[in-house]
Design a protein around this ligand. Structure first.
Ligand code: ATP
Ligand code: MG
Length: 429
């Protein structure tokens, strides 16, 4: 196929074989968030480039090298959103729904775009479900966000495969004092630093903490620790969070090197990681960002949130074979009709059945075909039962009801009794 007719590298089609699993996942998360009192918000996919520069930070990987930025026909610089928090903050400010301390517990779902090197679990268009909470500043809400994700992992059957990593970054003042100490320590050892870290020392020194370079890691062992610079308020907040996680029985590990890629975090940061997916092991990540709203021009408004990567969680469900049986089958019943009169009667009958059995997944044969070919299609559809309607059945006002997966003999069911019969066999059965 010519190159121009292929999808862009790192941007994937989600084919019909895969969408049931996606819908199951999305439905599970949406149901859970409903139950915890979170409400969905939908933002545009494109925003002014300035929004991301102001919120994510100029010297982050995302803004420096991962954004899809272009000029539109008016000459405005626009960007495909690389994450959801910035647009969510923009939206709540624009509509004034966090004003006067109004609490908002929001969630969103959709595609995000980052120009990264595509590999397993890392794509250029990927999908996130994100949650953001505004105007609640205590550790109780940080804990709730973690508790609800823990419940989600339980519902999905992947709890044993994920681990919670936790850190506190302190207030921006505390972090500033720590940054100075770290820069002083590393500047004295500049020639021992890898090239990337030398550059970061000037732009975003805290990011050096999560370097992958072993020599730099070794150097960091003796560096000042963020924990020692935590302000009292952040320390108490962190203690409060840990106490709640202990009370809820949620295990965690403290990771002092967890600083997160985005500039806007303060106090709590966390990641859910798995060792089942290779290098792309973070499936959900978030934290508190009390200064962000003000930084973006709003009144002081605290915030905390997280985003989970849907592709990585789908991969994890597949890897652990945690795919519920109910989503494997797309069709309950397949109706075969032979001849025009039977087809007409079959159409009317199926619509009557749909009226009375709303959950029924009934597929009506289309395109005609011999007995053999329709039967083959019925079998291939994965249906549990075939309904057979020919001239003989029509005359008797019955339909042949044939179990396809070895649950008993074929029998005739009267038209009038069909809905009730199917409801009993399929929907409740
Ligand atoms: P990573 O360190 O893996 O690059 P990140 O810190 O850049 O992740 P966040 O911005 O915190 O990621 O996004 C939250 C989640 O979204 C990640 O934990 C991951 O599950 C998912 N995610 C991020 N980038 C990608 C991507 N390029 N492809 C697929 N999923 C992604
Ligand atoms: Mg990244």
């Amino acid at each position: 196929m010519s190159k121009s007719l292929q999808a862009i590298r790192g941007m994937n089609d989600i084919l019909p074989e895969q969408t049931p699993l996606w819908r199951y996942f999305e439905g599970t998360v949406a149901g859970l968030l409903d139950n915890y009192g979170y409400r969905q918000i939908r933002m545009p996919i494109v925003e002014f480039t300035e929004l991301f520069k102001r919120s994510i930070g100029e010297v982050t990987d995302i803004v420096e090298k991962e954004m899809y930025t272009f000029e539109d026909r008016n000459g405005d610089s626009l960007t495909l959103r690389p994450e959801g928090t910035a647009a969510c903050v923009r939206a709540v400010l624009e509509h004034g729904i966090t004003g006067g301390g109004q609490v908002q517990k929001l969630w969103y779902i959709g595609p995000m775009f980052r120009h990264e090197r595509p590999q397993k679990g890392r794509y250029r268009q990927f999908h996130q479900i994100g949650v953001e909470v505004f105007n609640l500043d205590g550790p109780d809400i940080d804990a709730e966000l973690i508790v609800l994700t823990w419940r989600l992992w339980g519902q999905l059957g992947i709890r044993d495969a994920v681990k919670l990593e936790l850190n506190s970054l302190g207030t921006s003042e505390a972090r500033g004092r720590y940054r100075d100490a770290l820069v002083e320590f590393l500047s004295a050892r500049l020639d021992l630093l890898d090239e990337d870290s030398q550059r970061r020392l000037k732009t975003n020194p805290l990011r050096i903490l999560d370097t992958k370079v072993p020599e730099t890691q070794a150097l960091l062992a003796d560096a000042p620790k963020l924990e020692e610079y935590l302000d009292e308020e952040s320390r108490l907040h962190f203690e409060g969070l840990k106490a709640r996680l202990d009370a809820a029985g949620i295990p965690y590990v403290l990771n002092p090197k967890l600083v997160r890629g985005l500039d806007y975090y303060s106090k709590t940061v966390f990641e859910w990681v798995t060792d089942k997916l290779g290098a792309q092991g973070t499936v959900c990540a978030g934290g508190r960002y009390d200064g962000l709203v003000e930084q973006m021009g709003g009144k002081p408004t605290t915030g905390v949130g997280f985003a989970m990567g849907i592709e990585r969680l789908i991969l994890l469900l597949e890897t652990l074979e945690q795919i519920p049986e109910s989503i494997a089958r797309q069709v309950d019943v397949y109706l075969c009709a032979f001849g025009e009169q039977a087809e007409l009667a079959g159409l009317a009958l199926s619509e009557r059945v749909r009226d009375s059995v709303p959950g029924l997944r009934l597929q009506v044969n289309a395109g005609g075909g011999s007995f053999k070919s329709q039967f083959k299609k019925a079998d291939k559809s994965g249906a549990l039962y075939a309904l057979i309607l020919g001239d003989d059945e029509l005359e008797q006002q019955v339909v042949g009801f044939k179990p396809l997966r070895g649950q008993g003999e074929q029998q005739n069911i009267a038209f009038d009794a069909l809905a009730e019969h199917l409801a009993a066999c399929v929907v409740q059965g």
